[in-house]
Design a binder for this molecule. Structure first.
Ligand SMILES: Nc1ncnc2c1ncn2[C@@H]1O[C@H](COP(=O)(O)OP(=O)(O)O)[C@@H](O)[C@H]1O
Ligand SMILES: [Mg+2]
Length: 490
């Protein structure tokens, strides 16, 4: 069934095995393999042995290339793609074992197993990335060309020994990833965003733009999304500040989450949405869907890049504008980075209280000016003061997330937007994180402390929603009790 060529001995020897393995009617053949769980794409031998730290000899790579080429000559990849993953894997294993025998390759059983696993990963999965993808402790995978791959674990970036045979293998893997979401990456369209089947977010930038080979960046999807409780446990936020955030989320304050790349903005946004009551209709707009809302009434929207002809783009702004016609109660924008800022503010201003978004900036103050410039760059001929008034009229709270130099992630500010003084937007911190020192291991020590504001501006809202009790308690305890905010990091 997979026979593609018949001009050498390999083919004749292998074809029967291939046919026997696949079985023409696929379902029964599948049914004979009882233990394979359907959801797991590579259930067979998960790479416990195959750690990213492993290093192979050049010989191993030579053998692998030989076997791999023979395999590619033998099987028909398009046919293979039609099989379910476990069946396809079985198929490849059969053929590869035969090739190894045919070519008289000398290998230990263990090496052979590894080779099989490697080749299956190359053909069916994401090749050398598989062991990294299988690990749950990795936050980001950064591939900078075939030779160098970095990962982020526990807030720290480290180099791995993962390497690809060459840039074209890496490019093939990139291509395989993006083709799953109907996109393409090559020299003529060298930038591409995509998503892995598990929800991980992927960006590819290929040569000639990336000078040293294709760069692949994967923000791994966390199966167990962090919740506010986890953030407390990590010391990212104090218990009192957590309660304050819960109230802010629940009583429909308009919230902007500000922070740098990888500071935990999306995570925090996801946590905050957890405080939303279950009877609200929520619409989320994202560039690539990451949020996992638990409410029953959620509509998820995703932007779309232009196609090869440069047509068909749907921008964030298009989505936010469309949202307004969908009777949302809250609008959640994954990342505000352009003219959609204007539409989001308008939505916040016109009865969609409790809308939220994240924005890339390093402090609450900077967040305001970033918003302002986004609106100006969107081509609105509004005087700066009007824009600022619009911002103060819309945003209630800015929450700042930061990744500190020791790799830990903290919520460093919960800040209210109070109003205007002359031309200047006035902000009022409610909770701030103070660094108090550093321990022997280089971990930063610090505490979340209240600034002593007993009646924040959203107090009235809290009253309206009957949530002042825990708010008052949290505000007063933030002042005294957690002054030893624990230094545990992530
Ligand atoms: N407070 C935290 N403590 C530990 N890890 C965190 C924390 N917040 C986020 N993370 C992890 O950091 C990574 C980046 O988080 P993310 O929310 O996607 O960042 P951003 O949206 O700012 O780029 C994720 O892997 C996430 O699980
Ligand atoms: Mg994000």
């Amino acid at each position: 069934m997979f026979g593609k060529r018949s001009n050498d001995g390999t083919q004749r020897r292998i074809a029967p095995a291939a046919a026997a393995g696949s079985g023409v009617p696929m379902k029964p053949a599948d049914a004979q393999r009882p233990a394979a769980p359907a959801a797991e794409p590579t259930p067979a031998k998960k790479p416990e042995v195959v750690t990213p730290e492993r290093r192979h000899s050049e010989e191993y790579y030579d053998v692998k290339t030989t076997v791999f080429n023979a395999l590619i000559d033998t099987i028909d990849l398009t046919q293979l793609a039609k099989l379910e993953a476990p069946a396809a894997r079985e198929e490849i294993r059969d053929i590869v074992s035969e090739i190894i025998q045919l070519k008289n390759v000398v290998m230990s059983i263990a090496e052979q197993e590894e080779l099989l696993e490697d080749i299956c990963n190359d053909v069916l999965g994401y090749g050398p990335l598989e062991p990294l993808l299988a690990r749950d402790d990795i936050a980001d995978i950064m591939v900078n060309g075939a030779e160098s791959t970095f990962i982020e674990v526990g807030g720290k970036v480290q180099k791995t020994s993962v390497r690809f045979a060459d840039n074209s293998q890496l490019m093939n893997i990139c291509q395989r990833i993006v083709s799953q979401v109907g996109r393409r990456v090559d020299e003529s369209s060298p930038i591409c965003d995509a998503r892995l089947p598990d929800g991980s977010r992927v960006n590819v930038i290929a040569p000639p733009l990336a000078i040293d080979g294709p760069c692949l960046t994967i923000r791994k999807f966390k199966k167990d999304r962090l919740r506010l409780d986890n953030l407390v446990k990590f010391g990212s936020i104090s218990p009192a500040a957590k309660t304050i955030l819960e109230v802010i989320g629940r009583v429909r304050c308009n919230v902007l989450i500000s922070g740098g790349t990888g500071s935990g903005k999306t995570t925090l946004l996801n946590c905050l949405t957890g405080c939303v009551d279950h009877d609200e209709r929520i619409i989320t707009c994202e560039d690539s869907a990451e949020l996992q809302l638990q409410q029953p009434h959620v509509v998820r929207l995703e932007t779309r890049p232009p196609n090869l002809e440069g047509e068909g783009e749907i921008t964030m702004r298009d989505l936010v504008k469309n949202c307004l016609r969908m009777r949302p109660e809250r609008i959640i924008v994954g990342e505000v980075r352009g003219p959609e800022a204007f539409d989001l503010l308008q939505a916040m201003n016109t009865g969609h209280d409790g809308s939220m978004g994240t924005l890339h900036s390093n402090s609450p103050r900077e967040a305001i000016s970033r918003l302002e410039s986004m609106i100006m760059m969107g081509g609105y001929a509004l005087p700066p003061k009007t824009i600022r008034e619009m911002i103060t009229g819309s945003i209630d709270v800015i929450v700042q997330a930061s990744r500190l130099r020791d790799g830990s992630r903290k919520i460093t500010h919960i800040t209210e937007v109070i109003g205007m003084e002359g031309d200047v937007v006035t902000l009022q911190d409610i909770i701030v994180y103070e660094i108090t020192g550093e321990d022997a291991n280089g971990k930063l020590l610090g505490r979340h402390r209240s600034t002593g504001i007993a009646r924040p501006r959203f107090w009235e809202r809290a009253q309206y929603y009957g949530d002042t009790g825990r708010l008052a308690e949290a505000l007063s305890s933030a002042e005294v009790s957690d002054s030893n905010g624990n230094p545990m990091g992530n």
